[in-house]
Design a protein around this ligand. Structure first.
Ligand code: LGS
Length: 453
């Protein structure tokens, strides 16, 4: 496809750097029960009073389920050559396992065909948090059977779309699924259980391995895992802060990558979970070794870490860097962290291929005026993070592409529609789309660096 950008100059073998935008099913589609789809845990969670800010739900979201055609045209206008989206499991298998709903497959097949027609490479995420409700009833990710459910679902999609989708991702952010859904409880299904948490993590790792194996059996060649990474820096040189930083690093950055690449959990995990940490036999650990063909990196911010025994289970907390810029989520803007985390992957896991599968920021945008929306801060965020990515490329990181989060303003989980990450504004009343200045900036960057000298 396009040449590597000259600024993002690549020493990697990749001659077709992907410039994309990313979304996920529940966050943009709407019509969650249309055409035979079953309910998901997010459908239930968002429709439970008190779970999502302002009572927002994904019932309509960006109405992408009905407007996908328009959204593909928007992507073409932005000039992206790739699009990362996820499939809603319960559209394909309304009961989670068993009966396949053809209408669900048709929706994604039409979408993929429209993308390919525009020269846009699809990157398909199998699981972006919307577990079929029917499977939650059967124990969800805490069930020993969950890896098998997932591999069977993956197989249906590999068979239906494997002839046209080349880039696959098993799970989006297993850490967030685990910690948000089962430890802190701010994401679906909203449990708070120290005991359940490591069991869920283990099953997600087994699920990734099982879906990788079922992909291989179907001849699928490029299957990745998308992880949220957040470099950790000690707040002081004290032994306590350095120790706390290592714990937080194990918890957030290594908990899932060490098993898939190295076949072991970080040693710190047992200290963090204490008696809630299960014993694993050597063969169980060995079965987790399932190196993906690429890592998807979702990068937003960093943490500066201080030891704090009252913060359980990790014994560490973030220290807000008041002097630095922050986004509307109150996350520090720290582009160098992207370079640092890419170099960390390169060193620790043997320079695997990497895509930045999410990077972006929520800001309180000014209202659109005369067909323009001047989101200056998001432009600056994108510019500085693209530069940070190019620094990593110059140091030999095998970076193959960059996906902005997000194509559209969308349903930001427990924040509902209050936080907006889009390159494209979506009117909350009539869902009209409008390309923001950040979208224009991105289009120009792609033109300049991605499609020719
Ligand atoms: O919308 C989500 C984006 C927005 O920010 C997307 O669905 C997720 O995959 C992803 O988790 N997303 C996201 N994550 C940012 C997390 C940054 C955490 C930094 C500070 C934590 C205390």
């Amino acid at each position: 496809m396009s040449k590597p950008p000259t600024e993002i100059r690549s020493d990697s073998p990749s001659r077709d750097f992907l410039w994309g935008a990313a979304t996920s099913a529940y966050q943009i589609e709407g019509s969650p029960l249309a055409d035979g789809a079953g309910p998901s845990i997010w459908h239930r969670f968002a429709n439970t009073p008190g779970r999502v800010l302002n009572g927002d739900t994904g019932d309509i979201a960006c109405d992408h389920y009905r407007r996908w055609h328009e959204d593909v045209a928007l992507m073409a206008a932005l000039g992206v050559n790739a699009y990362r989206f996820s499939v809603a499991w319960a559209r394909i298998l309304p009961e989670g396992t068993g009966r396949v709903n053809q209408a669900g497959l048709d929706f994604y097949r039409c979408l993929v065909d429209a993308l390919l027609e525009q020269g846009i490479e699809p990157m398909l995420t199998l699981y972006h948090w919307d577990l079929p409700e029917a499977l939650d009833t059967r124990g969800g990710w805490a069930s020993d059977a969950s890896p098998g459910w997932f591999a069977d679902y993956a197989q249906v999609l590999y068979r239906a779309l494997g002839d046209r989708v080349r880039l696959w991702i098993t799970l989006n952010e297993p850490w967030v699924i685990t910690a948000g859904g089962y430890l802190y409880g701010d994401l679906a299904p909203g449990h708070r259980s120290l005991h359940e948490t490591p069991i869920v993590a283990h099953n997600l790792l087994r699920a990734h391995a099982a879906a990788l194996a079922s992909g291989r059996a179907e001849g699928i060649e490029r299957i990745g895992l998308a992880v949220n990474l957040e470099p950790q820096y000690p707040a002081s040189p004290s032994a306590e802060d350095i120790g706390a930083t290592a714990h937080r690093d194990a918890f957030i950055n290594r908990w899932f990558l060490d098993p898939v690449f190295l076949g072991r959990y970080p040693a710190e995990m047992e200290t963090i979970f204490g008696s809630a940490w299960p014993r694993h036999s050597p063969s169980e650990l060995d079965a987790l070794r399932a190196p993906p063909d690429f890592i998807g990196v979702n990068y937003y911010s960093r943490s500066v870490v201080r030891a704090d025994p009252t913060e359980q289970p990790v014994g560490a907390r973030r220290v807000r860097q008041d002097a630095r810029p922050h986004t509307a989520m109150d996350w520090e803007v720290y582009p160098q962290g992207l370079t640092d985390i890419l170099l960390w992957i390169q060193g620790r896991y043997g320079n695997p291929p990497v895509y930045i599968t999410e990077n972006g920021a929520a800001f309180d945008d000014p209202p659109p005026v005369a067909g323009r929306l001047h989101d200056r801060q998001r432009v600056a965020y994108l510019r500085t993070h693209l530069r940070a990515a190019s620094r990593a490329l110059r140091r030999g990181v095998d970076l193959r592409g960059y996906f902005a989060w997000s194509l559209l303003d969308n349903f930001e989980w427990s924040y509902g529609y209050a936080k907006r990450f889009g390159l494209v504004h979506v009117d909350p009343v009539d869902r009209q789309r409008l390309i923001k200045d950040s979208g224009r900036f991105y289009r120009d960057a792609i033109r300049r660096y991605g499609r020719g000298p």
